[in-house]
Every structure is written in structure tokens, then in C-alpha cells.
Design a protein around this ligand. Structure first.
Ligand code: GRG
Length: 340
């Protein structure tokens, strides 16, 4: 079918074409990235093949999420379609993978950590759906496709976020508590990370910082709460599922905090150095929205050095663990050199 000249096309059909082109370019760039990461090895630690490791963990998480979520045609289908649309849009699954790798690092069983890992991915996806709304960051693209509200409308997107947040607790409650960590403590851990003193606190501070000059301490507050808290909780849940002792739980908490901050510094750097196609979300948005970011506050080179320093701190926190924690070590190094 021939494309209509621009002036004769509706805004909806132009948006659909843009979204389609974007998706095709994004996929092509991800395949290229995967090919280059196949050559990627972190010689320092082990013979973990990170590409295969990530792929198998992603599949495990995707399968579990597909089981935990209501079917697309379950009434009312609109909300279940929208939940699955955002959840299966191609996210990296970083938080659940970290949860599983930490369970492994604490000599636990990955399958015991799976419900907690999936719960964290649902909360993360809810936060992205809400963040993309016109009343927040107002974004058209996420995870390589049109954002939830662009497809389903603002009202359904608000409800999709609500539903993903709520189902996270239903999924977590299917997990098994351990001797040291009863279910009440596990659920409190998750609600604290997602609540008004952590994730939402970071988002509020982020919204309020827009267009203002922020100090390093204010920037750290935003990132500690918006990003690092969710990553820290993901690894803590992995450790809890393995009944880790207090010393190990403290060590993974340090690891998650440093890694979470490093992840955000890299995210800020990628926003100014990568393309929209590669990132799967709109690049350059932070500068356009005058957001508080590491490159804006301390410059690009100092931000890179900070990401390396934080990754190093994350690695040091793992010193008390044996080779079972090698996947965690590999993941931390990989996140430092990631390109999207
Ligand atoms: C709406 C309460 C509420 C919070 C929104 C997630 C968020 C907070 C804002 C999105 C923008 C942003 C820079 C968040 C920091 C965390 C971050 C880098 C999220 C993106 O995580 P990735 O790269 O995403 O792991 P995928 O899509 O791969 O899962």
C-alpha cells in the first residue's frame, strides 16, 4: 500500500508510522548490541557467559510473569491487554535478574526467588507507565514501542500502572517465607521501596527539581530513592529468599545501593551520548526537560569516573561471597559498559 502524502494523513496514522519505524530500528540496534555483547567477557572473574546467562534468566522471568498475570482476554480485556503490553515490551529485566543472581550468590534456590523477582519487575513497569504520562515526563516511546497511554489512552494507562503495582503484592505473596524472613517482613520491604519515602519520594524530588539548579546532595537524594532503592530491594529480596544471615544481607544491601547509583549515573550518561533507537526510549530528554542529572551537575568525564568508583564499591561489597556470586560480579561490570 502506498503511503499517503503527509498533509493528507491523520496524526494517528503518522504516529503509528513513526512508532513502527522506531521499533524496527530499535530491534536492529538491539540485535547488533547482542552480537557485540556475545564477544564481551569479564576475564577478571569467571567463565560465566553473560549473554547466555542473561538470556536464560530473561526467559525464566518472562515465563513466570506470563503465568502470574491474568490472560489477555480475562475480563475486562482492555486492562489485561495493557498490562501485558507494557510488561512484555522488551525491558532488560535487570531488577528481577539481580534478585535471582543474589539468591544464587547466597546459595539459595533461584525458583524460590522468582515470585519476588517478578513482583519487582511489575512495580518497576508500573513506575515507567506512570512516568511516561503527559502529566509526568510525557513520553511517546518506551522499551522500543509506543508508550502505554499512546495506545490505550491516559485513563487506562493510569489504571495499568495501578494494576501492575497491586498485582506485585499478589505475586510476592505466592513466594515462600524463610526462617529468618516471614512474609510480613518481605511485603514490608517491597512496600517501603515503592512508597512515599523511597520510589515516590525520588519521583517527587525529581519533578520539583526540574528547571532548577540542584546540588550533588540533592541529585544523590533523587537517585538513591528513585533508582537505587528498587535495585537494593531487588537484591535484598533475593538474599531473603535464600535465608541469608545478617552479615550477608548487609553486604548485598551495600552492593545494591552502590550498583543502583552507578546504574543511574550510566543512565544519565547514555541519555546524552546514545540515540533514541539504541535506547528504546527518547534520548536527550533530560537536557530538554532541564532534569537533574550527573552529566549536568558534574560533567561527562567526572560522571564516568563516578560510575567506575561506584561499581568498584559494589564489587568490594561482594568480597565476603564465594564464586556463587560471580554472576552478580559480572552483572555489575556489564552494567558499567552497557550501551542501552
Ligand atoms: C511514577 C512513582 C513513579 C516513579 C517513576 C521509573 C521512574 C520513576 C522514572 C523513569 C525515569 C528514570 C530515569 C528512572 C530511573 C530508573 C531508570 C533508569 C529506569 C529505567 O530502567 P531500565 O533501563 O528500564 O532498567 P527497562 O525498560 O530496561 O526495564
Amino acid at each position: 500500500m502506498r503511503a499517503l502524502p503527509g498533509s493528507l494523513r491523520s496524526p494517528e496514522s503518522e504516529f503509528r508510522d513513526r512508532a513502527m519505524n522506531f521499533r524496527v530500528e530499535h530491534r536492529a540496534s538491539r540485535i547488533k548490541n547482542l552480537a557485540s555483547s556475545i564477544q564481551y567477557r569479564v576475564a577478571a572473574f569467571s567463565n560465566v557467559n553473560l549473554t547466555l546467562y542473561l538470556k536464560s534468566r530473561q526467559q525464566m522471568i518472562d515465563r513466570a510473569l506470563a503465568r502470574f498475570l491474568p490472560k489477555e482476554n480475562a475480563p475486562p480485556p482492555t486492562i489485561h491487554k495493557a498490562m501485558r503490553y507494557s510488561l512484555f515490551a522488551g525491558g532488560k529485566r535487570l531488577r528481577p535478574i539481580l534478585c535471582l543472581a543474589t539468591a544464587e550468590g547466597c546459595k539459595g534456590n533461584v525458583s524460590e526467588a522468582l515470585p519476588f523477582a517478578c513482583a519487582m519487575e511489575c512495580i518497576h513497569t508500573y513506575s515507567l507507565v506512570h512516568d511516561d504520562l503527559p502529566s509526568m515526563d510525557n513520553d511517546d516511546f518506551r522499551r522500543g514501542r509506543a508508550t502505554c497511554h499512546k495506545i490505550f489512552g491516559d485513563g487506562i494507562a493510569v489504571l495499568t500502572g495501578d494494576a501492575l503495582l497491586t498485582i506485585a503484592f499478589e505475586i510476592a505473596a505466592r513466594g515462600k517465607p524463610t526462617r529468618r524472613y516471614p512474609m510480613s517482613e518481605i511485603l514490608r520491604e517491597i512496600s517501603t521501596a515503592a512508597g512515599s519515602r523511597k520510589l515516590i519520594a525520588g519521583q517527587v524530588a525529581d519533578l520539583e527539581a526540574e528547571g532548577k539548579k540542584v546540588s550533588r546532595a540533592e541529585l544523590r537524594y533523587i537517585h538513591e530513592n528513585k533508582t537505587a532503592a528498587m535495585i537494593t530491594t531487588s537484591v535484598r529480596l533475593g538474599a531473603m529468599s535464600a535465608n541469608a544471615d545478617a552479615k550477608r544481607l548487609r553486604a548485598v544491601t551495600k552492593f545494591g545501593h552502590a550498583l543502583g547509583l552507578a546504574f543511574q549515573v550510566i543512565d544519565d550518561i547514555l541519555d546524552v551520548t546514545q540515540t533514541t533507537e539504541k535506547l528504546g526510549k527518547s534520548a536527550g530528554k533530560d537536557v530538554a526537560a532541564q532534569k537533574a542529572t550527573y552529566p549536568a551537575v558534574m560533567g561527562l568525564e567526572a560522571s564516568r569516573a563516578e560510575a567506575r568508583r561506584l561499581t568498584n564499591a559494589a564489587q568490594n561489597a561482594l568480597n565476603i561471597f564465594g564464586k556463587e556470586a560471580n554472576p552478580l560480579r559480572e552483572l555489575a561490570n556489564y552494567l558499567l559498559v552497557r550501551e542501552y
